[in-house]
Write a protein that binds this ligand. Sequence first.
Ligand code: TRP
Length: 376
Amino acid sequence: MIGARSRSPRTPVLNTLGSHTARQLLRLCEVAGLDAADAADYARTLTTALGPVAERPLDLPSPSRSFLSDDHTPVEFSLSLEPGTTPTLRVLLEPGSGAGSLAQSGRTGLRAVRELARRWNFATDRLDELEDLFFPLSPQGPLALWCALELRPGGVPRVKVYLNPAASGPARAAETVREALRRLGHRQAFSALPEADRILFFALDLGDWEEPRVKVYTAHHDLSAVAAGGLSRMKDGTDPAEIEAFFRTASGIGDGQDPLLDRRPVQACHAFTETATGLPGGFTLYVPVRDYVRHDGEALERASVLLRRYGIDQAQLRDSLAAVTSRRLEDGAGLIAYLALAHQQGRPPRVMVYISSEAYEVRPPAVRSPQVEAVH
Ligand code: TRP
């Protein structure tokens, strides 16, 4: 029926950063088996947390040079997969992107997290205690605050906040992290960390977690498979051979070869919960697979090998990629940003896949295999 409110097919639909990423999230929620009401709630939460930049038409350039993703979309999705259970969908976002200065971005970020806390009634005291460390008057660095939501059934997400240890300058990063850990009761944690090139993020779990973690992310340039195998400082639970095998598969390095990953640093995360021993209860290795493949088809193949190794069904990953983009995987590199392996005491290992929104740009495929270049 043609009514007064029908649209002409030529009416342009305004595609904004908010509507685009919300649509991606809605489709991902459907793949993850979340019900329509939860999905709609989470999509609204994403748009609200993004703030005014959500209204920005997508044909304008990205609102800031966000370090969150390669094309500066201030949103990234990820799946946490383990055998026998449905994968968990998460979304990482930068609430203060486009706020202007880094200082303003930090204030906007803090306000956004406090709004989430009021809405879901969780405490932010652990974050409040650290405000002077991570939000100085003239902050420096690649970010002020990011936040991630784990999208559980029921409409109440678990929340994670990511802060910048180099806010008072790279030379102060180690001291900032040591002091933040100390204030949270983890007096010995800093000395448990492995040697690293940089401390990239300091993260806190907020809200309804069984065991809220404090996490420290370190960057490791020119890392070899063997060195990756030796990074974990967990007291037990991580086998260097297993980490090494994950690293090899994710980065495409054959057995018997030991080249260094020199295109983008590998990251490690140590997670602290109890304060008695000073040792981490969790370790995650992040391989930036996008810089070591020709295209995303190859990245998906590597992810598939890993999922098979851990007895995890692949259907949801494939469907999730299709939920985010209609492009062919061979036509770009970077949809799959990272592959990660997480160990947490008392839990089976998890494989994590980070999926870019690509709202602004698709990186063209590499002409030759990056790994071949790295080896020769
Ligand atoms: N874009 C940045 C990077 O690639 C930060 C980042 C986003 C990141 N998502 C991540 C780092 C997941 C590690 C894991 O380094």
